[in-house]
Ligand binder design. Sequence first.
Ligand SMILES: [Zn+2]
Ligand SMILES: [Zn+2]
Length: 423
Amino acid sequence: MSLRFDEAQLERARHILGAGPICDECLGRPFARVGRGLTNAERGQAMRASLSEPGKAGLCWVCGGLFDRAVAWADRAARRVVEIEFDTYLFGVRLSPRLEEMEAFFKERFPSDEGESLKHAFNRVVGKGFEARLEQSATVDFASPDVSFVIDLASDVLHVHIASVYVYGRYRKLARGIPQTKWPCRRCRGWGCASCGFTGKQYPESVEEWIAAPLLEVTGAEAALLHGAGREDIDARMLGDGRPFVLEVLAPRCRTLDLPRLRRDVNDRAAGKVEVSALSFVDRDAVALLKELHATKRYRALVEFGEPVSSERLDEALSALCGEIEQRTPQRVSHRRADRVRRRRLLSASGEVESARRAVLELEGEGGLYVKELISGDGGRTTPNLTDLLGICALVTELDVVEVRSDAFPDRTGSVDNGEALP
Ligand SMILES: [Zn+2]
Ligand SMILES: [Zn+2]
């Protein structure tokens, strides 16, 4: 250890040593940027040696011996993540009010522009101890660590947070009657009652559960959330290339996932109901991206009329329907959505009359357009609407979403890691 301090530094250290008993870490902290590859404790020792002054004996007046307990905290942290897979970590610390005060006082009395704060130094020392106790290797990540710890010194509690894993993909829903996400039972709100067979669920299955099941098994996670790029009605199918989603796996014990295999697992188990494709790893920002995007949707709707309708009359009405649509929140969702008027564009519409009172329509609209109401009129809450334009009652009896389109989806911008290369 060949550290050279200048006169001014030695003078400052002499003052610090004179203020009371101090540990090597705290003595070294004000000189943290002097000399490379050394610990603060080594700087503190070098300072005492240079001054030939051991300093006063006793508990450090600044940290109260906090650094002596760093090893114990590192141990506690390492024990909490046994059998949890991670590559990166981060420590944070909440000082007790007393330590906050002492640190503030220390910095004020012995200011330094080459120093390191108590929090910063402690986090780093605990992190090093933590790494030394692991059987695997791990590195600090300040931006998005796999596991993060917060040491709360006042309450002596160690908080551990395991970052979610985010898997992007597209799902097709091949059967009607399946909601996108798990719905709690309306009667018991999820607690379990006779009417839901004590499952706590309003519907026995959901797209979310079908996709999550194999991932929960593999990762040992307790929960996963499906974030969709919009959602179709329960009774509508989702066809075509499928709807983009991000599955967030909460607190996974394992993060190395074989996505091609998971895709096969989901598709085997949910055969005929749900099918996934284009699975890839994304970061959490992808969730917000999906929520913000107003993707264009294409629909196929089977429509029945109250009276016979000719092809010419249908074509005429459909071309008049295109353009801006004003929709008041539909009656069927008004119990869970605020009553307001929104405007969405119907971009194109065409129809094929199948029989006098039946037609298949292809409609393309901006995200958020309520298609059933566009056809029925919803008692005048949607204008214009097909029923008014025809002067004949029209009703959607089957609805399929056949495309959810946006150039900004991760699999369209090529900004994803598709996991195919994983061992
Ligand atoms: Zn100290
Ligand atoms: Zn219930």
